[in-house]
Write a protein that binds this ligand. Structure first.
Ligand SMILES: Cc1ncc(C[n+]2csc(CCOP(=O)(O)OP(=O)(O)O)c2C)c(N)n1
Ligand SMILES: [Mg+2]
Length: 953
C-alpha cells in the first residue's frame, strides 16, 4: 500500500494526472511515524518540520514529482478551451500516463476500490478518515482539476497551506444557497446588461468593455462583501481601462446618469480638469453594503493610461488611510488592485509594488489582486507577451497564493473571491485571483480582432455568454424561473433607460465630483482655497533652540551611540548655542516645528534615515543592542504628530508612486521622497510625468508631495551630478511670454496657478522656510527641491536663527546685500544664479576684488518665476550688464527656462548673457581635471567685465 504509484490503469487521464500530481504529499503521511528522523532544518519562517518531512520523503521517492504539485496545470481554466492557462500543453509523464505507460506502473483496477487511511494533511475526507482510491481521486480531481487551479504549495508556512487546503478540499464547500445564487445572477445581469446598454446607445464609441469577463463585477462585489463582513470599512481600488465604467456603475455605484453623460461630446467642463473622465478619473463613495448592512467607503483611484502605474499609488493611499485611522493591522482599510494579464506580467512596477507589500513602513497588510486574464494584450498573444507560465507568476516572489479560476463558472469565481478576501483578512497578506476569461470584442470596440487572432475569435464568436449559461443552469435546477430572470433583466434595462433620459439634461461636467480623495474642510464649499495668503514661516526662537537641543541629544536612557555620531551631535549642540544651523539642522527644525503643529511628517527613500551623505542621522542605533533604535524627532513635544522616516526598498517608480498616494490621503501631512542622487528620479519618470506634474490639471487633485533631489556638479562624473532641473522646468506651466500682472497677492496666486514649484535653495534657512511654506499655503502643490551635496558641510552654507525666527519668510530671491547693493549705480554686472554655484561665484569675486563692480543675486524659487522680484532687482542695477550663471551645461540646468522669461520682463531691452558650461550630451564630465578646467573657464567669464563687449543679442 505504500507503493501508491500503483495506479489502476482504467483511470481517466485526468484522474491519473491528478493522482500523480497529488499522490506523494497526500499519501506519504502514514510513513512519517515509521520513517527515519529528518535532517531537514526548519526554516526561519516557521515551516513546520512535518511538512518539510513530507516534502522530503516525497522527494526521496521521486525527485521529479514534488515540485509538480500542480493540479492547476491540468485544470480546465480556459473558458474557450483553446489555450492552456500556463501556456504549456506538454504534460510530463509523471502527470499523465497513457495506456502504454500503465504497464510500467503495474496497476490493477481492483486497486481502485481499496480503502486508504487519509493523512491529516488532507481535508477531502470531511468527517471520514478512510476512503476508496476511486473516491479519493474523484474528490481530488474535483478540488484541483476542474475550474479552479490553485498555486500555493510554494508558501513556506504550513498553517497557511493547510488553511487553503481546508477551504478548497472540504466536501461541500462550493455549495451555494439559492439566495446566494440569485444574488450572483442579479449581479451578472447588471454587469452584462450595462455593457449591452452602452453598446446599444454608443455603438461607435470606445468603452473598453468587460464582455468575456462580466463575472468581474460579482467577483469584486464578493471580495468587498466578505471584507466588510470581516470588519473592513474602507476599500481603495486601483484598476485599468477594462471594465472601469462597469465598476463605477455597479461596484462603486456612481450615478448612472453621471456616467452616461460622459459620452455626450457637448458636455462642458465647469472646472479646470482636462476631462478624460471615463477611463481615468477617480471616485469616492460612502454607502451601506447591502449584504452586510454596514457602512463602507469605496474609492477608485484616478489613473493615467500607463498600465499598473497606479498600483503603488493605491498602496500609498491605503497605507496613509490606515495610518490616520490608527489601523496598523489593516483591519479597517484595504486595497484591491485589478490588472490586465499582459500588463501584470510585463510591467516592472508590479514587481516593485509587490516588494513593498511586507516592509514595515510600506505594508498595507495584504492586497487582493484580481487579474482580468483575457489571454490577450491589445493584439499580442500571451505566448509573445511573457516568459513565465502564468501572467501571475510575479506574485510568487512574496509567497502570495494564486487562485486561477475559469471565469465562465461564476460560482467557482465567487467561491475563490470569497476565500481570497478571507485570506487577506486572516493572514494580512497579498493574494491573487486570476480570472481566466476572454475578450469578446477587439481591444476597444472599434478594433477587429480577427486580423490577429483568427482562431481564437472564431471560438469566441461561438461562445455562449456567461449570463446565459448561468441563467440556463439556475433555471434548469429550479433556482429561478425564466420569467424571474427576464424580469430582472427588464428591471435593470429600465434603470439604465431612465438614467439615460436624465443624463441628457446634464450640460455641465463637474470634475470635482470625480475626486478619489476629498479633503473635507480644507477648501471652502466651492472647492476653492480659503484664502490667497500665506502666513510667515518663521518660528519663535525658543522653538528653534528646543528642536536644536533635541536634535543634538539621545532621548533614551542607556543608549550607546557611535562615537562618530556623538561628535556630530556635539556639533549640532554647538550650532544651536551659536544660533546657527546647517542643512540637516534646518531640516530638523522644519520637520520638528510642523510636528508640533499636528502635521504628520513622513520622509521616505533609499537610505534616508541616515542620509546618503551621512548628514541626517534621524535614526540612532544602539551600538550594543541589536535593532534598538531611537528617533529623537519623535521625542520633541508631548502631543506632537508622529514622524515617520523610512529607508525604502531600492525602487524609485514604486516608492515615489507610493509616497504620492500617501500624500493624496490628507493635506495635513508633509510627505517627502528623497532620491539617493537626483538623477535616479528618471526611473520614476512615469509617476512624475503622469501624476505629479499633471495630476491637478487632469484630475483636479491637489498634492503636496515634496521631491528632494540631490543635485550639483562636484566632479563626481556624469552619473551622480544632475537631477535634471531642465526637465522639471520644461514641464512647468507658467507662460514665458506673458508679462505678468503684479497684483497684491501675486506671490501666492502665482503659486496657486502653477503645476508645481521648483526650488534650488542656497541656504539652510531657505530650505527650512520652503518646507514650512508647503504646509502653510492654503492649497497644495508638488514641490521639487534640488538639494545640495557639498553644501551640506560647506562652512559658509549656514544660516543664523535670525533668518528663521518669527516674522521671517521664504525668500524667493535673495538679492545682493554686499557693497554692490549699497551703490548700485557703480555696478557693472549683475549675476543671477541659483544654488551652490553662488558660493563659487562669491569666492571668485572676492579673490578678484570685484565686490563693488559685480552684484550676485540668487534665485531660490525658479518656478514659478519670481518676475516681480527680478524686475525690482534688474531696475535697481539699471546700468549693469545682466548675466545668468549656472554650473550646468548650457542645454541643461535653468538657462532655457529663465532666458525667455527675462526677455519678457525686460521687454527685450537688455540682454541676459549666458555664463556656464558649454552644451554637452552627458550632464557632467567623468574627469576631475576636465571638471575643474570648465569651472575655471566659466568663472573667468563671469568676472571678465569685457566678455560680452561688442556682442549682439
Ligand atoms: C505602460 C503602458 N504601455 C502600453 C500601453 C498601451 N496599451 C493599452 S492597453 C494595452 C494592452 C493591455 O493588455 P492587458 O493588460 O492584458 O489588458 P486588457 O486590455 O487585455 O484588458 C496596451 C499595450 C499602456 N496603456 N500602458
Ligand atoms: Mg489582456
Amino acid at each position: 500500500m505504500s507503493q501508491l504509484r500503483l495506479l489502476p490503469f482504467r483511470l481517466g487521464p485526468q484522474a491519473m494526472r491528478l493522482l500523480a500530481t497529488r499522490d506523494i504529499p497526500m499519501f506519504r503521511g502514514h510513513r512519517m511515524s515509521s520513517g527515519p528522523p529528518t535532517t531537514v532544518p526548519s526554516s526561519r519562517s516557521g515551516v513546520s518540520s512535518s511538512y518539510m518531512e513530507e516534502m522530503y520523503f516525497a522527494w526521496l521517492e521521486n525527485p521529479q514529482s514534488v515540485h509538480k504539485i500542480r493540479g492547476h496545470h491540468v485544470a480546465q481554466l480556459d473558458p474557450l478551451g483553446i489555450l492552456d492557462a500556463d501556456l504549456d500543453s506538454f504534460v510530463p509523464s509523471d502527470l499523465i500516463t497513457t495506456i502504454d505507460k500503465l504497464a510500467f506502473y503495474d496497476l490493477q483496477e481492483a486497486d481502485l476500490d481499496k480503502e486508504f487511511q487519509l493523512p491529516t494533511t488532507t481535508f477531502i475526507g470531511g468527517s471520514e478518515n478512510m476512503l476508496s482510491l476511486r473516491e479519493i481521486i474523484r474528490r481530488l480531481e474535483s478540488t484541483y482539476c476542474q475550474h479552479i487551479g490553485l498555486e500555493f504549495m510554494f508558501i513556506n508556512d504550513v498553517e497557511q497551506c493547510q488553511w487553503i487546503r481546508q477551504k478548497f478540499e472540504t466536501p461541500g464547500v462550493m455549495q451555494f444557497s439559492s439566495e446566494e445564487k440569485r444574488t450572483l445572477l442579479a449581479r451578472l445581469v447588471r454587469s452584462m446588461r450595462f455593457e449591452d446598454f452602452l453598446a446599444r446607445k454608443w455603438s461607435s464609441e470606445k468603452r473598453f468593455g468587460l464582455e468575456g469577463c462580466e463575472v468581474m463585477i460579482p467577483a469584486l462585489k464578493t471580495i468587498i462583501d466578505k471584507s466588510s463582513e470581516m470588519g473592513i470599512e474602507n476599500v481603495i481600488l486601483g484598476m485599468p481601462h477594462r471594465g472601469r465604467l462597469n465598476v463605477l456603475a455597479n461596484v462603486i455605484r456612481k450615478d448612472l446618469e453621471q456616467i452616461f453623460c460622459q459620452f455626450d461630446p457637448k458636455l462642458e467642463a465647469a472646472d479646470e480638469g482636462s476631462g478624460d473622465v471615463k477611463y481615468h478619473l477617480g471616485m469616492y463613495h460612502e454607502r451601506i453594503n447591502r449584504v452586510t448592512n454596514r457602512n463602507i467607503t469605496l474609492s477608485l483611484v484616478a489613473n493615467p493610461s500607463h498600465l499598473e502605474a497606479v498600483d503603488p499609488v493605491v498602496q500609498g493611499k491605503t497605507k496613509a488611510e490606515q495610518f490616520y485611522r490608527g489601523d496598523a493591522q489593516g483591519r479597517k482599510v484595504m486595497s484591491i488592485l485589478v490588472h490586465g494579464d499582459a500588463a501584470f506580467a510585463g510591467q516592472g512596477v508590479v514587481y516593485e509594488t509587490f516588494h513593498l507589500s511586507d516592509l514595515p513602513s510600506y505594508t498595507t497588510n495584504g492586497t487582493v489582486h484580481v487579474v482580468v486574464n483575457n489571454q490577450i494584450g491589445f493584439t499580442t498573444d500571451p505566448r509573445m507577451a511573457r516568459s513565465s507560465p502564468y501572467p501571475t507568476d510575479v506574485a510568487r516572489v512574496v509567497n502570495a497564493p494564486i487562485f486561477h479560476v475559469n471565469a465562465d463558472d461564476p460560482e467557482a469565481v465567487i467561491y475563490v473571491c470569497s476565500v481570497a478576501a478571507e485570506w487577506r483578512n486572516t493572514f494580512n497578506k497579498d493574494v491573487v485571483v486570476d480570472l481566466v476569461c476572454y475578450r469578446r470584442r477587439g481591444h476597444n470596440e472599434m478594433d477587429e480582432p480577427m486580423f490577429t487572432q483568427p482562431l481564437m475569435y472564431k471560438q469566441i464568436h461561438k461562445q455562449v455568454p456567461v449570463l446565459k449559461k448561468y441563467a440556463d443552469k439556475l433555471i434548469a435546477e429550479g433556482t429561478v424561473t425564466l420569467q424571474e430572470f427576464e424580469e430582472e433583466i427588464a428591471k435593470y434595462d429600465r434603470i439604465c433607460e431612465e438614467a439615460y433620459g436624465r443624463s441628457k439634461d446634464k450640460k455641465i461636467l463637474h470634475i470635482k465630483h470625480w475626486l478619489d480623495s476629498p479633503w473635507p474642510g480644507f477648501f471652502n464649499v466651492d472647492g476653492e482655497p480659503k484664502s490667497m495668503t500665506c502666513p510667515t514661516t518663521g518660528i519663535p526662537e525658543d522653538m528653534l533652540t528646543h528642536i536644536g537641543n533635541v536634535a543634538s541629544s539621545v532621548p533614551l536612557e542607556d543608549f550607546k551611540i557611535h562615537t562618530g555620531l556623538s561628535r556630530i551631535l556635539r556639533g549640532r549642540a554647538d550650532m544651536t548655542k551659536k544660533r546657527t544651523v546647517d542643512w540637516a539642522l534646518a531640516e530638523y527644525m522644519a520637520f520638528g516645528s510642523l510636528l508640533k503643529e499636528g502635521i504628520h511628517v513622513r520622509l521616505s527613500g533609499q537610505d534616508v534615515e541616515r542620509g546618503t551623505f551621512s548628514h541626517r542621522h534621524h535614526v540612532l542605533h544602539d551600538q550594543e543592542v541589536d535593532r534598538r533604535t531611537c528617533v529623537p524627532m519623535n521625542h520633541l513635544w508631548p502631543d506632537q504628530a508622529p514622524y515617520t522616516v523610512c529607508n525604502s526598498s531600492l525602487s524609485e517608480y514604486g516608492v515615489l508612486g507610493f509616497e504620492l498616494g500617501y500624500a493624496m490621503a490628507s493635506p495635513n501631512a508633509l510627505v517627502l521622497w528623497e532620491a539617493q542622487f537626483g538623477d535616479f528620479h528618471n526611473t520614476a519618470q512615469c509617476v512624475i510625468d503622469q501624476f505629479i506634474s499633471t495630476g491637478q490639471a487632469k484630475w483636479v487633485r491637489h498634492n503636496g508631495i515634496v521631491l528632494l533631489l540631490p543635485h550639483g556638479m562636484e566632479g563626481m562624473g556624469p552619473e551622480h551630478s544632475s537631477a535634471r532641473p531642465e526637465r522639471f522646468l520644461q514641464m512647468s506651466n507658467d507662460d514665458s511670454d506673458a508679462y505678468p500682472v503684479f497684483t497684491e497677492d501675486f506671490e501666492v496666486s502665482q503659486l496657486y496657478d502653477c503645476n508645481w514649484i521648483v526650488v534650488n535653495c542656497s541656504t539652510p534657512a531657505s530650505y527650512f522656510h520652503v518646507l514650512r511654506r508647503q504646509i502653510l499655503l492654503p492649497f497644495r502643490k508638488p514641490l521639487i527641491v534640488f538639494t545640495p551635496k557639498s553644501l551640506l558641510r560647506h562652512p559658509d552654507a549656514k544660516s543664523s536663527f535670525d533668518q528663521m525666527v518669527s516674522g521671517t519668510s521664504f525668500q524667493r530671491m535673495i538679492p545682493e546685500d554686499g557693497p554692490a547693493a549699497r551703490s548700485p549705480g557703480q555696478v557693472q554686472r549683475l549675476i543671477f544664479c541659483t544654488g551652490k554655484v553662488y558660493y563659487d561665484l562669491v569666492k571668485e569675486r572676492s579673490s578678484q576684488g570685484l565686490e563693488e563692480q559685480v552684484a550676485i543675486t540668487r534665485l531660490e524659487q525658479i518656478s514659478p518665476f519670481p518676475f516681480d522680484l527680478i524686475m525690482r532687482e534688474a531696475e535697481k542695477y539699471s546700468g549693469a550688464e545682466l548675466v545668468w550663471c549656472q554650473e550646468e551645461h548650457k542645454n541643461m540646468g535653468y538657462y532655457d527656462y529663465i532666458s525667455p522669461r527675462f526677455m519678457t520682463l525686460l521687454g527685450r531691452s537688455r540682454p541676459i548673457w549666458y555664463v556656464g558650461r558649454d552644451p554637452a550630451a552627458a550632464p557632467a564630465t567623468g574627469n576631475k581635471n576636465a571638471h575643474l578646467v570648465s569651472l575655471r573657464k566659466f568663472l573667468d567669464t563671469a568676472f571678465n567685465l569685457k566678455a560680452f563687449e561688442g556682442k549682439t543679442f
